[in-house]
Ligand binder design. Structure first.
Ligand code: FAD
Length: 444
């Protein structure tokens, strides 16, 4: 009997990502316009899908891998995030950055560092400059007494783990950011900052030989007969025995993980280019908020000039789409956050605003593993998505090829994603929880 799985939705990206706009237009790989075959078909060319492809051909260079991307590489979340490849745990769904059990925290660090090691090896191989891949570390910044206390507690946790860190007072962090708003900060050196669109395009373009990537080629239907799957796109198809769903929340659009993924969107704005003399401090730095759900701020300098990125606001959209009005409301919040931190730059308009999707699970585990015969998934994250999705891609590639590693061992112990309450309670609960957490983050 034929098994048919049809995609009920395809991704839609709202707003223009500054990271894409600041690059030359991409010369995308042509769409799939033929009926072909492959050993493995990967659906989705984000962190998870491309890292999986990289790991697969590392393990078996003879493998024929096809990657299908619905849009143009770099246009979706992997190319529209804030560019933090973070090595230490902090979860948007967590109340306490440092509160995991020791074992879980150590494993979270191992997971992130495995991902960063893969990214670093690609950066070295491709000879990327600091404009694309900058191992410069990150500041966690506080703007309130609660934030200060949180950073002090987190520093004590890092001390226990033997992790390098440095606490900074208000004047020291002002010397770096040029902002007098921050009351304290904690520097940790292991984060790598990327230009996310350049990074993900670069990873795709580094995959040569046995990996064929087709852009603007959404998988719209999976047809299973015996041990064979036919993955259909609007103009072609790929016959295979193994499929990897690396399309994040859109795994649910194919009917997988129903009621287990929460579709959370976050938003960013980037200023237009400004005269660097207008803001003291260093010309490149990256800061995440002391409290979960607060505001990320990053100063960039490069071909696009000196600019500041502000990322904040989390909203839930069960239909995986964000309206222009929701983006506008998030943008108004970005403007307020920006003015509070940089009053001297208060008149600086934002040139770009955009939204992007994340898929979160209730119990903070990845949506990972074999979901039915021959169909595997590497989806879902809970914050720190760039590194976690990369690691999930690597772990799934290893699982699919029967390779065992420290990563597969850690992943094999993850629980399955927990079922969330049915609709409409899921949406009501998610909106209430996000609003409460944002309220708790306050000025942060
Ligand atoms: C504004 C913003 C800022 C963020 N900042 C950070 C940050 O600084 N650090 C961090 O760690 N995380 C950050 N994140 C989260 C991070 O970007 C995501 O967690 C991460 O991109 C998830 O990677 P992924 O590969 O699982 O999914 P994605 O990056 O979403 O990739 C999935 C791909 O699948 C494709 N796809 C979907 N359906 C189909 C289909 N039917 N056929 C073919 N292709 C399909 C999509 O087009 C997409 O390219 C941020 C997110 C946003 C939106």
């Amino acid at each position: 009997m034929k098994r048919i799985v049809t995609a009920t939705r395809l991704p839609r990206n709202t707003g223009v990502s500054a990271w894409v706009a600041m690059l030359e237009p991409r010369r995308a790989n042509p769409p799939l316009q033929a009926d072909i075959s492959a050993d493995i078909v990967i659906i989705g060319a984000g962190f998870a899908g491309l890292s999986a492809a990289k790991r697969m051909v590392e393990l078996d260079p003879r493998l024929k891998v096809v990657v299908l991307e619905a849009g143009v590489i770099g246009e979706a979340a992997a190319g529209r995030n804030s560019g933090f490849l973070i090595d230490l745990p902090h979860e948007v769904s967590s109340d306490d950055y440092g509160g995991d059990s020791t074992q879980r925290s150590k494993e979270a660090i191992e997971i992130s560092r495995t991902a960063i090691a893969l990214a670093s090896s690609i950066a070295a191989e491709q000879g990327w400059t600091r404009d694309i891949f900058d191992p410069c570390g990150r500041y966690s910044v506080a703007i309130s007494e609660e934030g200060d206390n949180h950073l002090t507690d987190y520093a004590a946790q890092l001390e226990k783990f033997g992790e390098k860190h440095q606490l900074l007072d208000a004047s020291e962090i002002a010397g770096i950011t040029g902002s007098k708003a921050y009351t304290s900060a904690l520097f940790t050196p292991g984060t790598v900052m990327v230009q996310p669109a350049a990074y993900i395009r670069g990873v795709a373009d580094s995959l040569t030989n046995s990996v064929s990537i087709y852009e603007q080629s959404p998988a719209i239907r999976l047809e299973g007969t015996g041990s064979t799957w036919l993955v259909k796109t609007p103009e072609g198809s790929v016959s295979t025995t193994r499929i990897l769903l690396a399309n994040n929340g859109h795994a649910e659009s194919f009917g997988y993980f129903g009621g287990q993924l929460l579709h959370v969107f976050t938003f960013a704005s980037m200023t237009r280019e400004f005269d660097p003399a207008r803001l003291a401090g260093q010309r490149r730095w990256a800061a995440t908020p002391a409290l979960p759900m607060g505001t990320t701020v990053r100063r960039v300098q490069g071909a696009g000039g000196d600019r500041i990125l502000v990322r904040s606001r989390y909203t839930h959209h069960a239909n995986l789409e964000v309206s222009a009005a929701t983006l506008r409301r998030a943008g108004a919040q970005h403007d307020r956050k920006f003015r509070a931190r940089f009053p001297d730059l208060g008149d600086m308009p934002m040139e770009y605003r955009w939204a992007g999707a994340m898929a979160v699970t209730w119990n903070s585990v990845p949506a990972f593993g074999e979901v039915e015969r021959g169909v595997f998934a590497a989806c879902g994250c809970n914050g720190v998505g760039a590194t976690k999705a990369t690691a999930t891609g690597i772990a799934t590639a290893e699982l699919m090829l029967g390779h065992t590693s420290r990563l597969t061992e850690i992943y094999s112990r993850f629980d399955k994603p927990k079922a969330m309450p049915p609709q409409p309670f899921r949406t009501i609960g998610a909106k209430a929880s996000l609003a409460y957490r944002e309220w708790r983050a306050g000025a942060e």
